[in-house]
Write a protein that binds this ligand. Structure first.
Ligand SMILES: [Zn+2]
Length: 308
């Protein structure tokens, strides 16, 4: 059953309040990628077990595959089945229109990423498109997230070393962040401080001194994308500095695939693959989510039970 506009507004308002609270109390929402029903179940079980508030997120690929309304309904059903505090983020939405559809579908968090679809988009184009989404989000009160330029990496495993000198060129600057936040009116700034999409053979290094200077320069929420393969101490320090949303995808997919490969090897006669997935694969992905919830200091922070 689709949510009504008042219900959507109530959810968005709660999400907004909770982000504020997260910053005051120094914890962050984990934003976990939703690939399928099994990953959603893994996130919900982890959230229930740890009593942690969570976000699940879908990018355009999952939107095309699952459908916005279907995602909204699935998450709504799981929310009440598991009794968890959960919100949805539309991640890396490639166009203003796609972001508007996410707002209408009742997603509480909208990440508009014009440079994802067009790496050559100008600053003015990115600012204009982001402002349009910020204005449209007033319809429901959804929180809008963005950043001034393209993020490196991708949601996959990369067999190359990280070239920090190259990556440093794409880092956020406090002045750039301030200008972008003031020009667009976004709710959440996606900072680039060494975080990078995907898994790499060497652990990532986050520039926490830069993060502190960005925190001082802007007053909105700060998110970190590309959280996979990052040593946990960086997250624990980042939430103390004031990060309130951290995206995780590749670590979950890695656990999903490697566990499934092992199970298929161990059970050559089992043709109900979903049976294998629903037990051990879900448990493996849940383990990844739970360890992140501890790193993000969000365990025990859930509002449970939710009212309305
Ligand atoms: Zn991302």
């Amino acid at each position: 059953m689709p949510l009504t506009l008042p219900q959507i507004r109530r959810n968005c308002n709660r999400a907004r309040e909770r982000m504020k609270q997260a910053r005051e109390e120094h914890w962050a929402f984990g934003a976990f990628n939703l690939d399928d029903e099994a990953t959603l179940k893994a996130v919900c079980q982890a959230a229930a077990n740890k009593k942690a508030p969570v976000l699940v997120e879908v990018s355009q690929g999952e939107v095309d595959d699952l459908g916005l309304d279907n995602v909204r309904d699935m998450v709504e059903n799981f929310k009440y089945a598991f009794g968890v505090e959960i919100y949805i983020n539309l991640d890396h939405s490639p166009s203003v229109d796609a972001a508007k559809r996410g707002i209408e579908a009742g997603f509480e968090f909208i990440h508009i990423d014009i440079s994802q679809a067009n790496h050559e988009a100008s600053d003015d184009q990115i600012i204009a498109a982001t402002k349009e989404v910020v204005a449209y989000a007033k319809l429901t009160g959804a929180l809008v997230e963005s950043e001034p330029h393209y993020f490196g990496g991708g949601s996959n495993f990369f067999n190359k070393q990280i070239d920090y000198d190259e990556i440093k060129k794409t880092f956020s600057t406090p002045e750039g962040a301030k200008h972008f936040v003031e020009a667009t009116g976004i709710d959440t700034y996606a900072a680039a401080i060494g975080n990078l999409h995907g898994k790499y053979p060497v652990p990532k290094i986050l520039d926490l001194e830069l993060l502190k200077r960005i925190r001082q320069a802007i007053d909105c929420n700060i998110s970190l994308h590309g959280g996979s393969d990052t040593p946990g101490h960086y997250f624990r320090e980042a939430v103390q500095i004031g990060v309130t949303k951290i995206n995780i995808n590749s670590d979950m997919r890695f656990a999903y695939r490697t566990t499934l490969e092992q199970l298929l090897k161990e059970h050559p006669d089992e043709y109900s693959v979903s049976k294998l997935i629903s037990k051990d694969v879900v448990t493996a992905v849940q383990g990844v989510v739970e360890s992140k919830l501890d790193d993000f200091n969000s365990s025990t922070k859930a509002l449970v039970p939710l009212s309305g």
